[in-house]
Structure formats: structure tokens, C-alpha cells
Design a protein around this ligand. Sequence first.
Ligand code: HEM
Length: 426
Amino acid sequence: MSTSAESTPAMGTGKCPVDMMDPALLSDPFQGYSRIRDQHRVVGARLFGIEQPVQLVTGYDDVRAVLSDPRFANDPAAVSGTEGETFRRDAAAQRGLSEEYAPYFLETILDADGDEHTRLRKLVSRTFTVRRVNDLRPRVEQITEKLLDDLPRHAEDGTVDLIEHFAYPLPITVICELVGVAEEDRPRWRDWGSRLFSFAPGAFGSAIAEMVDHIHEMVRERRAAPADDLLTGLIRAHDEDGDRLSDQELVTMVLTLVLAGHETTAHLIGNGTFALLTHPDQLARLRAEPGLAPRAVHELMRWCGPVQATRMRYPTEDVTIGDTTIPRGAPVMAVLVSANYDPREFGEPERLDITREPAGRRETHVGFGHGPHYCMGAALARQEGEVAFTALLRRYPDLALAIDPADAERQPLPGSWRLTRLPVRL
Ligand code: HEM
């Protein structure tokens, strides 16, 4: 991003020229990965927890090609002899997930390929429709207004942390509304939501276990008493062959929606608000023309999207990109942030321009991924972003950052781009 430090990520030679934990990359992945993209179409990188180098694909066209190429599997088991499966099992164990609960985290739609993936995707698409998302809009607006009504000001300086009190609670409450979680159970979901991303020891594993148990209970209830919600829709979902989701698949799917849709959307709202507050011309433009909100969200997803790279892919055969041959089974990540700043696709990519014209493709930026695993919640996330930015700007004409932008704290994570806090004055 244009507010970046000028440091260049460490580039050595050998198998792993890039260290994904390099502070220069963590502090500004947009500039950092763009500089890497300018030098390498594919480059080996070191990621903690995994011995083998991870191959990063950096350019816009290559990222889209990899994400739509069936030779790149999501399930490491599709390629025997890779360490991907062990890596993921280890990751589940490190996060405190017992053997009993690990499958709900490891056997998701994102881990499925080919026919199995198509089957799951089709079953969910029948009920998680654009219409359902559109119908949800008035509730998203009410939830947003209520959160803003209740924003607690810091006792001493009157500031408000928009991450804790707005960006985080909004998406989890919307997912509760979508899935059909009863009002009285929502505080528990909000608590699980914050534990999932708190990094406190054991917090993730225990939150997942409690959620899994609770969703199983909800499935039993909905089977007995159907309602007009996504969970009932998922239970009913069946394709022409009468295929149904098993209970474990149902619970896994609901959990995946929470894991995929909560923290990502929170940081679209957090990063987007920060970007607008640090670009007064763009902020003024959006205030003057609230109808620009959909385009603004589109551009904010490109310019400061919360997901830096996709999860790992595993080529089922050797694949050559440019002058690099990626060997069968080598873990590969598509870097979304460097693709979204690729000057071959976006004119002046470092400029934030909420009126930027999409180039005519379905979703020009790749912040929601691309290909068969393209984000299933993109329409919902965009809607939440539009509602959130519109309400914030309408209600608080003097909204301003309460910190120096250079002091904004970010979590030092290689996969996502997130503010720890966003203190503002209303
Ligand atoms: C997949 C980003 C919000 C549900 C993905 C992928 C990305 C992404 C990059 C593809 C990952 C890959 O190919 O490895 C985002 C961002 C969001 C967001 C940036 C918010 C700004 C949501 C929401 C939901 C959701 C709100 C649902 C409530 C999913 C699901 C998949 C997915 C189910 C897996 C699709 C599949 O494997 O076929 N998302 N997402 N996401 N997302 Fe999102």
C-alpha cells in the first residue's frame, strides 16, 4: 500500500529466496509481494511449520490460471507422498483440536476437489443464493445500526475501537442471522467468534469443539422443526439424485461459513475504514456520493483486501510456469495481493480510487479467489462492507483516526492483513 515503508523483503538465492515472516513483507505485503512479483513469476518461500519450500505464484494471469487449473489439487491426499497432510494435521493439533473434532476443520469444502467439491458446492449453492443474501440486507442494516447505537467510548479519551466493537461483532451476528441461530444463543456465538481468532492457548480448539456440539444440536432441532433459514435449507438440500449432506458434512459446512466469513469480513471493514480515513479525498467522494459504495468496496477489496494468499494447492503432476517447473506435490500458494497490484492488469495499482472502473470481468480483482473455490460468501461480504461503510459515514460526519496512521498495529501473520485495533473519534 502506498503508506508503506520502503524496505525491501530479504531476497537471497537458493531454494527459498523469500521468507514469509520477513518483517518487511509482514508490514507491507502489498508493496513487498509486488516487488517480488516484478522479479519472479514463481518463487520458493519459507513458511514456518512446513519443511518444504512453498512455491509462490505472484502475477495476476498466473494466479488466475493456477486457481482454475484442475492439476492443482486442494486436498494434499490427492498427491501421495507430500507433507501437506501432515502439515495440516499438525496445524490442527497445534491449535488444540482433538482427533474427534479435527475432521470438522480438515474435511471442508475448501479441502475437496473434483466431483466431491462440485457435489458440496452444488448442495450449498441451492440454498446460499443471491436472493437469500439480498433478502438479508434489511437485517444487516438493522444489526449495523444497533452496533453503532451501542458503541462504547473509552472512559478516558472517548475513543472507540472499531475492530473490537464494530468490525468483529458485525459479521458473526450476520452469520448467526443467516444460519438461523436463536437470539438467546448469539452471545455464545460472538464469544466463540472472538475466541477463534484470539490466539490465546487452547482458545481455538475449545471454541471449535463447543460450536460443533452446538451446531449438531441445532441440526437435530431443525430436523424436528424446520424454519426459514440456511440451516433448514442445507438440511433439505439435495440434488437431482436425492443426494444429501450427512450430519457431519452439515455441521462442517456451517462451521466453514463461520471460519471463512467472520474474520475476513471483519478485516475488510477494518482495513477499508482505515484506508478511507487515511485518504480524505476518497472519503469525501464517498460521503458526497453514497451510491459509489459498491464500487468502493470493490476497490477496497483490491487495494487492502484481508486475504494475502490462498491456501495451499498441490500439483498432481509437474507444471511449468514461465521458466520454473513446479514439481508434482510441491505446496503452492497463489499470492492475491501481488496479483491485485499487477500493473499489467490495473493502471496505477498503488492508487486507491473508489471510482475505478472494473475491467469488465466478473470480479476483476482476485481478493475473493478465483476458479472453482471462488468465495461462496463474496456477495454477502460485499453487502456487509457496503452497509458498514455507508452507515459509518452517514452517522459520523467527523469520523477520524485517533492514532497516527504510522502507529497502526497489525497482526504479524503471513496469510492475512489485519489491524489489531482501530481507535477512532466519532
Ligand atoms: C473461499 C476470501 C467472506 C465463505 C474463499 C477464498 C477466498 C475468500 C480468497 C478462496 C480460497 C482458496 O481458493 O484457497 C474471502 C474474503 C471475505 C470472505 C476476503 C470477506 C471480505 C466470506 C463469507 C463467507 C465465505 C462472508 C460465508 C459466510 C467462503 C467459502 C469458501 C470461501 C464457503 C470456500 C469455497 C469453496 O471451496 O468452494 N473466500 N471470503 N467467505 N469463502 Fe470467502
